[in-house]
Design a protein around this ligand. Structure first.
Ligand SMILES: Cc1cc2nc3c(=O)[nH]c(=O)nc-3n(C[C@H](O)[C@H](O)[C@H](O)COP(=O)(O)O)c2cc1C
Length: 244
């Protein structure tokens, strides 16, 4: 059997963000299995610096949807979890922990992202779909207050998931030849980049013919050529992160 036929690999290859969900409920057994998959994630130095907050209260959910930039999926998804970097718990256990290092910010983000991905992959393995919600950082202070986050924690990313009502075709990623080099960083050629540009435009045009994508450059420009949440560093510092 080719490795491409492996069921876990197939789930990973078929990933696509799902933003519209069916009425089919998630069973308690399914939810527990997903949570255990999250709990099993790798963690730097066995610090386990992640907390998950599951948003079940409709008022809190509505606020979170608003804070995420009025994302309807946050309101409607069967499940919405927030992954928080969390040194607060470790500090409580350890006492007098030397916190505030920028390295700890990286560790908290990495651990949270790994756990969030494990969660989504587990959901996808059960036939569900979901979507990460970085939009929660648009109102990061309000989110932290709403979720009563203590110092030395912050919300890294949210995740909606459930059984899909609508599923897009998988989005073509940067080809492996560009993505992966050997032993040292390799600049891709202009031709390689242009080829991918065409592939991406084709994908978006097929997905939404009324709004064809002009170019990869346009797609990147819509995010990279504007200010990005300039209040984040001040918020993180206030929460005790990246002080040194
Ligand atoms: C950290 C992170 C944050 C994201 N935040 C959002 C979000 O707030 N809203 C949204 O609709 N999609 C969000 N996405 C989904 C991405 O837009 C999506 O993964 C990307 O366009 C690739 O599409 P695909 O996942 O369908 O292959 C996020 C993805 C990641 C990894």
């Amino acid at each position: 059997m080719s490795a491409f036929e492996n069921p876990t690999i197939k789930v990973l290859h078929n990933h696509v963000s799902v933003r519209e969900f069916s009425e089919r409920p998630i069973t308690v057994d399914e939810r527990s299995a997903i949570l255990e998959a999250a709990r099993a994630s790798s963690t730097s130095s066995f610090l386990q610096v992640v907390s998950i907050i599951r948003i079940t209260d409709s008022v809190v959910r509505a606020k979170m949807a608003e804070y995420a930039g009025n994302q309807v999926q946050v309101l409607n998804a069967p499940e919405f979890w927030v992954f928080c970097a969390d040194y607060h718990r470790d500090e409580r256990v350890c006492g007098e922990a030397d916190l505030g290092w920028t390295e700890q910010l990286l560790v908290g983000c990495t651990d949270s992202a790994l756990m969030a991905q494990n969660t989504l992959t587990a959901a996808e393995a059960l036939g569900m779909g979901g979507c990460f919600i970085g939009g929660i950082r648009t109102c990061i202070s309000e989110v932290a207050e709403l979720l009563k986050l203590p110092k030395n924690t912050f919300p890294v990313v949210g995740l909606t998931f459930g059984y899909p009502a609508v599923k897009n075709a998988t989005k073509p990623r940067i080809p492996v030849g560009i993505l992966c080099s050997e032993n040292a960083y390799r600049e891709p050629s202009d031709d390689e980049l242009t080829d991918y540009d065409h592939t991406l435009c084709q994908y978006y045009t097929q997905r939404n013919p009324s709004q064809p994508l002009a170019s990869w450059k346009h797609k990147l420009g819509s995010t990279l050529q504007r200010e990005r949440r300039p209040f984040i560093l001040e918020f993180l510092n206030k929460q005790g992160w990246a002080l040194k």
